[in-house]
Design a protein around this ligand. Structure first.
Ligand code: HEM
Ligand code: NAG
Ligand code: NAG
Ligand code: NAG
Length: 501
């Protein structure tokens, strides 16, 4: 009688050969080259979940392929390595749209009703007459440079300034740097969006949010969410209730931003129910705050002192502090972990060269393009805060194509919140620079504790960074954001060519 061990070994060998054969059989020769890993289906899945960008970089450096196929259980996933392939994917708006991903998010993360899902798609995804497309147009309009962007930034700046007033009142204060930045950005962004009736002005809803956010990946995975992500599920329902109150009682009409006004009108015209509207809004808060929280002399020049009152107009940071802007952009290039994901809506031939099969997914990790030496030159591996300055002011002579920076997406999927997010990050950095001295423990800065990105555009710290804030001037501060300057923060190629979409 064969031993149990031998039986098990045979069974594993049979299953293994079966899986390998399956990968071959299911692979069409026109698809990008398949990469297997030690165990078909399972190895790539584990590497994708655990190693993420490190795994993709390893394969890129080993194979030098512009695009390849990873077979994981259920779907082929195509990973794009080259900017050229990425740009081709961007051009197939009809068969590789973002909408199916967004619809999945509405369904799994926000639990939008079946009737609601029909409306957000519209009659036909490609007709672009559904809620999702109208929402996209409305957000692009509300987030574009001009009075609307300035109004949003002004509200956020008020929240930032108040946080520093509190620090000054306390004197030297120990703060968790990430927590401070996160809370300031979260309060600032939601106040800017929702106005005086911002549902996140209560500790209770802020707590619900923290629980919901922690459970987001689990909800998205969608496997038994009301058991495995029970707390997140419940917290979300509380937030949905808060937004039903907000929109149901027309609180957005009393001081809510143009952003909320416009996107809410869209809801009305597509006949979406109040409950579904509230559900989608919870998703919108995630889009607006998930990525922004994680980056001085030229700022000092902006401070005017009159009679012991220091005034700073944060609107000027965008155009008068190019080194600060370049630093922000280099942080997004160097540390950025955003990944564009498209579900394949129809079989697609990329310029007659690669077949992408319907039902599969294309994954485009920004770090592939941001670490490509052919785009950024030999200094690609260095953090160079002058990299994005005009020629002559840069440290090295390195040049790069503007489209190689993908921090806010590109092509037909461009972040509508990019000007607001950049303005907020610059404003907060400027205030930290002028209003406090930041002293790390023992006087020395620890190496940046880079943690997991978990689907964010930037990683969060792996451990707390405690610092002391020491208020600088004991005098009064006046933090303003004027309308004299209608600039955006133009980091992506699309904005540099003057097409602010
Ligand atoms: C530092 C902050 C932010 C970063 C790094 C960021 C990054 C991105 C990226 C890379 C994309 C494209 C994703 C893809 O290609 O699949 C995107 C899309 C999007 N972002 Fe942001 N974002 C930020 C802040 C914001 C804010 C403040 C808002 C809202 C006010 C926002 C709303 C959105 C929306 C709605 C989309 C989908 C666009 C579409 O439907 O075409 N984001 N963002
Ligand atoms: C954010 O808002 C909460 C609730 O109003 C408040 O307790 C907290 O101090 C605020 N934090 C910052 C940095 O604005
Ligand atoms: C500064 O203070 C002086 C004397 O108190 C006063 O005359 C002057 O108007 C003040 N200037 C401004 C801009 O407030
Ligand atoms: C404010 C606004 O645009 N409201 C619209 C809501 O939807 C109805 C029905 O389509 C329109 O008639 C309203 O104009």
């Amino acid at each position: 009688m064969p031993s149990a061990l031998a039986l098990a070994a045979t069974a594993i060998a049979v299953i293994y050969s079966f899986l390998r054969a399956l990968v071959y059989l299911r692979h069409d020769s026109r698809e990008p080259k398949p990469i297997f890993g030690a165990i078909p289906y399972l190895s790539p899945l584990f590497s994708m979940l655990i190693e993420q960008d490190k795994f993709y970089k390893r394969i890129r450096d080993k194979t030098r392929l512009p695009i390849y196929t990873l077979n994981i259980p259920g779907v082929p996933v195509y990973i794009a390595n080259s900017l050229e392939v990425l740009q081709r994917v961007d051009r197939h708006i009809d068969t590789l749209p973002l909408a199916p991903m967004k619809a999945q998010t509405c369904k799994k993360v926000c639990s939008v009703s079946q009737a609601g899902l029909g409306k957000i798609y519209g009659n036909n995804l490609l007709a672009q007459d559904g809620y999702l497309y109208s929402h996209q147009r409305a957000s692009a309009q509300a987030g574009a440079p001009g009075a609307s962007l300035n109004a949003l930034s002004r509200s956020a700046s008020k929240v930032f300034a108040a946080a520093f007033d509190r620090v000054e009142a306390r004197g030297r204060t120990a703060v968790d740097l990430y927590e401070f930045v996160h809370d300031a950005i979260f309060n600032g962004t939601t106040d800017a969006m929702y106005g005086p009736h911002n549902p996140f002005r209560t500790e209770k809803n802020l707590n619900h949010w923290a629980i919901f956010e922690a459970g987001l990946p689990m909800l998205f995975l969608g496997f038994l969410p009301n058991i495995l992500a029970r707390r997140a599920y419940k917290a979300r329902e509380r937030l949905v209730a808060a937004f039903i109150d907000y929109f149901g009682n027309d609180k957005h009409l009393d001081g809510g931003s143009l952003f909320v006004q416009l996107t809410n009108q869209v809801n009305d015209s597509t006949g979406l129910s109040l409950v579904d509207k509230a559900r989608i809004e919870v998703g919108q808060v995630a889009a607006a705050t998930f990525n922004t929280a994680p980056g001085a002399k030229e700022v000092m020049r902006l401070v005017d002192e009159v009679n012991g009152t220091h005034t700073i107009d944060l609107a000027r940071v965008r155009t008068e502090c190019p080194l600060l802007v370049s630093t922000l952009q280099e942080v997004m290039r160097f540390y950025g972990t955003a990944t564009s994901l498209r579900l394949i809506y129809e079989d697609t031939m990329l310029d007659g060269e690669y077949l992408l099969k319907k039902g599969g997914a294309v994954l485009m990790p920004n770090s592939m393009f941001h670490t490509d030496e052919t785009l950024w030159g030999p200094s690609v591996g260095e953090f160079d805060h002058t990299r994005f300055l005009k020629a002559g002011r840069r440290k090295s002579s390195t040049k790069h194509p503007a489209a190689a920076f993908r921090g806010f997406g590109g092509g037909h999927v461009l972040c509508p919140g990019r000007h607001l997010a950049s303005t907020e990050m610059l404003a907060l950095m400027a205030l930290i620079l002028v209003r406090v001295d930041v002293v790390p423990p023992g006087g020395e800065w620890p190496a940046a504790p880079i943690g997991l990105s978990a689907g964010r555009a930037l990683p969060v710290p792996s451990k707390r960074v405690l610092v002391d804030f020491i208020p600088r001037a004991a005098d009064k501060w006046r933090v303003i954001f004027t309308d004299k300057d209608n600039s955006g923060v133009n980091l992506v190629a699309e904005d540099m060519h003057g097409t602010n979409s």
